[in-house]
Design a protein around this ligand. Sequence first.
Ligand code: ZN
Length: 170
Amino acid sequence: MLPEPVETLLQSHNSGVVFPPFTRPELAVVTCMDFRIHLQMPENFAFVLRTGGANPEPVEPYLAYSVARMGIGAIALIGHTDCAMQYPDPYVLNHLPTDEEHIRRYRAQIAALAIGEVEFFTRRQARRLGERLGIPVVPLLYRVEDHRLECLEKTLLDYPNQLMSLERSL
Ligand SMILES: [Zn+2]
């Protein structure tokens, strides 16, 4: 069973259920910066943090702060299909719009932030984040093809091949 704030997100986004404005936030959302992602949510309902690949690591301090400050009850970690941060394009990384020194630095930073296979990454990050922050973190997948959200189970046991490919890519 999903935490209630995540159920609210799914009802609002997938089913178009209209909720009255919330009086305080109940959810934090981490999703990708991808231009195709557009979430339908009630007013005053959620913090939204966006990073490349919905990687929570660069924004984890903000998550911890918002959990402590506002008492939110759950986090939705939303990866998506066709994510460019799975395996960043080497050609693009060599043509960043800056000088050579910064290209080297950004290239290394972006490579270190690559996520590998998105469903595996999202599940694993959700589990780790939940352990660290002590609240439910639910992994979801946003399908850019039809703009639907689907829930990803947390189990990793069925994904040994993806584990290997992720470790190779890191
Ligand atoms: Zn993405």
